[in-house]
Design a protein around this ligand. Structure first.
Ligand code: PSV
Ligand code: MN
Ligand code: MN
Length: 389
C-alpha cells in the first residue's frame, strides 16, 4: 500500500455528513412505534441531539429539516439556535405524501388544483431555505400507482416535468434542487421517479443547479449501486447521498450495518469520480430511522462507519490499480481493492481524532458522559418522527 494515512488526512478533514432531524424522533414500523426515553419533543431538541453527534465526532456540522415535520414559526431563529449549538441547518426536505389531497399524487396529479398545492408547498420550502441559509431543496415523491392502467405513465411524467420546472425557476442563485428516486413504496406498481435514469432525465431538463439524490436503500436487491454512482458522477449530476442500509426493502438501518463492503465500493467510486474533491457538488447525508436503538449513538455509529469506509477507499493504491487494470491482471486489480478494504483504519482514526481534541472513541465517550440518562430525565413525552405522526 503506497498511500499513507497522513496523505489522506486533508480529505478526511473536509468530510461533512448531514444528519436528518427525523432520525432523532421515535420511529417504527406499521406494526408498532416503540418510544425511547429522552426522545426530542421539538425541532430545537432534535437539533441539540444532532449537535451532540457533531461535538463528539467532528463529522456532522449540518442538520437536514423536513417540512412540515419540523414546523416552527421562525426558521431564522431556528437557524440561530443551531448556530449556537455549533451546527447549521442544511437540506430542506419537502413532504407531499401525508396530506389527504395527495392520495393520487402530488406534482404529477391529474387535477391542476392539487398540483398547485404541491408546487406551492415547494415554493414555501424555498422561502424557508432563504431564512435558514440552506442551499438544497430535496424532493422525494411518493407519487405512483398500484395497478396497471390506473394512470397514464407518460402524462404523469409530463406533468412532473412541468411542476418541477416551476419549482426550479423559483430557486435562488445559490440554491439547488435534488430529486430522489425510489423504485417502489408507497406505490407498488409504478413510482413516478423510480430510478436514477428518470431522475437524471428530469433534472437534466431543469438546468445546472438540479441534481439527482441517491438513497442507498432505494434499489432492487442486487443492484450494482456503485455503478450508478460512477455514472452520475461521470455525468456531473450526483448531487447528494442519503446513506442508510437495508437487508430487504427501504429498511433505513444504520449505514454500513448490512453490507460494509458495498459501502466501501460506493465510496471507492466516489473517490475515483472526484466526489470528495474540493468544490465537488456531492453532499453526504444520512437518511435513517431508528426503531429500537438509541438515536444519538446510532447516528454516531453511522457517521463513523462512513468515515471509516471513506478512509479505506482513499487508501486504495490507485496507481497500482490502474496498472493492474491496464495489464488485465484480474486478480492483481482485485487484490489492490481488497487490500484497502481489509485495512483496519480504526486505530489511526482514533489517534487523529484525539489529536484534534475529539474523543478517540466517540461512542464510549457518549456512553460514559451520562448524557442519555440526563435526556431521559429531562424530556418526557418525546415526539414521534414524521412517519406515522
Ligand atoms: C421515503 O422512502 C424516505 O425514506 C425517502 O428516502 C426520503 O428521503 C425520506 O423518506 C424523507 O422524506
Ligand atoms: Mn431518502
Ligand atoms: Mn427512503
Amino acid at each position: 500500500m503506497t498511500t499513507t494515512f497522513q496523505a489522506i488526512v486533508p480529505t478526511l478533514e473536509r468530510q461533512a455528513i448531514e444528519l436528518p432531524s427525523w432520525a432523532f424522533g421515535n420511529s417504527g414500523t406499521r406494526f408498532k412505534v416503540f418510544g425511547t426515553p429522552g426522545t426530542p419533543r421539538t425541532p430545537q431538541e432534535k437539533i441539540a441531539d444532532a449537535a451532540k453527534v457533531h461535538e463528539l465526532t467532528g463529522l456532522a456540522p449540518a442538520v437536514a429539516l423536513h417540512v412540515p415535520w419540523d414546523a416552527v414559526d421562525d426558521f431564522a431563529a431556528l437557524g440561530a439556535h443551531a448556530d449556537g449549538l455549533g451546527v447549521r441547518l442544511g437540506t430542506i426536505n419537502s413532504n407531499t405524501f401525508q396530506d389527504a389531497d395527495y392520495k393520487f399524487g402530488s406534482l404529477t396529479h391529474v387535477d391542476a388544483a392539487v398540483r398547485r398545492k404541491a408546487i406551492d408547498h415547494h415554493l414555501r420550502c424555498i422561502e424557508i431555505m432563504h431564512e435558514t441559509g440552506s442551499t438544497d431543496l430535496k424532493i422525494w415523491l411518493a407519487d405512483g400507482t398500484n395497478y396497471p392502467g390506473q394512470g397514464s405513465l407518460r402524462s404523469r411524467q409530463d406533468r412532473l416535468a412541468d411542476s418541477l420546472a416551476e419549482i426550479y425557476a423559483a430557486l435562488g442563485e445559490h440554491q439547488r434542487l435534488v430529486l430522489e428516486y425510489k423504485f417502489f413504496e408507497p406505490a407498488f406498481y409504478h413510482t413516478d421517479v423510480p430510478d436514477w435514469g428518470t431522475s437524471f432525465v428530469q433534472v437534466s431538463a431543469l438546468g445546472d443547479r438540479a441534481f439527482t439524490c441517491l438513497d442507498t436503500g432505494h434499489h432492487a436487491p442486487g443492484t450494482n449501486i456503485e455503478f450508478i454512482v460512477m455514472q452520475l458522477l461521470r455525468l456531473g449530476k450526483l448531487g447528494s447521498f442519503d446513506f442508510n442500509s437495508r437487508f430487504y426493502a427501504d429498511d433505513d438501518l444504520i449505514v454500513g450495518a448490512a453490507d460494509p463492503f458495498q459501502l466501501f465500493r460506493i465510496l471507492h467510486e466516489v473517490v475515483a469520480g472526484g466526489g470528495l474533491d474540493e468544490g465537488s457538488p456531492v453532499r453526504f447525508m444520512l437518511d435513517q430511522c431508528h426503531n429500537v436503538e438509541e438515536k444519538i449513538p446510532a447516528q454516531i455509529r453511522s457517521v463513523l462507519n462512513v468515515q471509516e469506509m471513506t478512509a479505506r477507499a482513499l487508501l486504495v493504491d490507485r496507481a497500482a490499480l490502474a496498472t493492474a487494470q491496464q495489464e488485465h491482471d484480474v486478480l492483481g486489480a482485485n487484490d489492490v481493492l481488497m487490500d484497502a478494504f481489509h485495512t483496519d483504519v480504526r486505530p489511526a482514526l482514533a489517534e487523529w481524532r484525539a489529536a484534534r481534541g475529539l474523543p478517540a472513541d466517540p461512542l464510549r465517550a457518549y456512553a460514559e458522559s451520562g448524557h442519555q440518562r440526563l435526556l431521559a430525565e429531562q424530556r418526557t413525552g418525546g415526539a414521534q418522527a414524521g412517519w406515522g405522526a
